[in-house]
Design a protein around this ligand. Structure first.
Ligand code: ASP
Length: 338
């Protein structure tokens, strides 16, 4: 395809697994199986070079340092290729795609993240379809961002979330339009794609894994749960609230704790447990006190985007005050401008 050359990075996931004694595990000769498949379609595909990680992982085990490894590998080979395809497990694919988008800001080439619900080579597998479409999209001149290509959809990576562990349409981007519908034709949604940036400004800081902790409110939850989380000394706390960002306020201990946390330099973000959401703290009286103690609303970001963005901003060495001030601003299309 137009002389394009794609870097294909295999990190692990179901796509490259086979049944082992204790369940699915990485298959020994994935590179061989993949090459044989792609050879069959050589005429319709761009040239590619496979970089298979020596120890592919189930993405359930991915840590922020693994996002960093992939981001740095892409950055190191950026000039060698016209686009990239990252083969990854579905469980934490949205986190990795989001992290790549923050690391590779100003990207001028497609980075397409994909995987499958059924391993390559198993009857009815979705792997070939996802992989082949991803390779074609990675050769596109119109895509300048990190996207997830999965079962007839192209989604902005940092707007995506895994919505199904049983269906082949495993991902969606509930608060942002799809970047393309993939049927007989691939129809790019030009209005939704990021414009071509003028220059790359990659940020590849050292990620740490103990900085950001989530608390999910459930009816009747004792506030000592929040205390226990804060006792772990996170730098940021994500409150998974109800609806439009409402937290229970019957127990005054919550606001006292959040106020104390702010004084100790903790950034607290309120998001919603709803799939479609736009968090505006203070819409309801319950929870309105949160903004008074410095809690910031996550607007329409996915949970994955919130979690990774906090990691990224903290890893960039920004202070709590600067993070509070910058958090709601879009860095790479992850949140709608206020
Ligand atoms: N547990 C697998 C993973 O995330 C699931 C998958 O790839 O679909 O690596």
């Amino acid at each position: 395809m137009n002389g394009k050359h794609i870097g294909l990075i295999y990190t692990g996931g179901t796509v490259g697994m086979a049944k082992a004694a204790n369940g699915y595990a990485p298959m020994p000769d994935f590179a061989g199986v993949l090459t044989r498949l792609l050879d069959t379609y050589r005429d319709g595909l761009p040239r590619y070079t496979l970089h298979a990680y020596p120890s592919p992982i189930d993405s359930t085990n991915a840590r922020p340092q693994d996002w960093q490894t992939i981001g740095r590998d892409i950055a190191a080979r950026y000039e060698d290729y016209d686009g990239f395809v990252i083969l990854h497990g579905t469980d934490t694919m949205a986190y990795t795609a989001t992290a790549l988008s923050f690391m590779l800001q100003g990207l001028r080439k497609p980075v397409i993240v994909t995987g499958s619900q059924i391993p390559l080579g198993v009857p009815r597998s979705d792997a070939a379809q996802n992989l082949i479409t991803s390779l074609q999209l990675a050769a596109s001149d119109a895509i300048h961002e990190v996207a997830i290509c999965f079962h007839q959809r192209l989604l902005r990576g940092n707007r995506s979330t895994k919505v199904s562990s049983t269906r082949l349409e495993a991902f969606d981007s509930p608060n942002y339009p799809r970047l393309a519908e993939i049927g007989i034709e691939v129809r790019l949604n030009e209005d939704a794609l990021l414009p071509r940036p003028t220059h790359e400004h990659f940020e590849l800081p050292d990620y740490r894994q103990d900085l950001v902790l989530p608390v999910r409110f459930v009816p009747g939850m004792p506030m000592s749960v929040v205390r226990a989380m804060l006792d772990l000394k996170p730098r940021a706390l994500i409150l998974e609230c109800f609806g439009s960002g409402n937290a229970p306020d019957r127990d005054p201990a919550l606001l006292q704790m959040l106020n104390e946390a702010r004084r100790n330099g903790v950034v607290t973000v309120a998001c919603s447990q709803s799939l479609h959401a736009e968090v505006a703290i203070g819409t309801y009286a319950a929870g309105a006190g949160m903004s008074a103690v410095g809690v910031i609303g996550a607007c329409d970001m996915t949970f994955e985007a919130i979690y990774v963005k906090l990691h990224h901003l903290l890893a960039m060495g920004l202070s709590a005050d600067v993070i509070r001030e910058q958090f709601q601003r879009p860095l790479c299309g992850e949140v709608s401008a206020l």
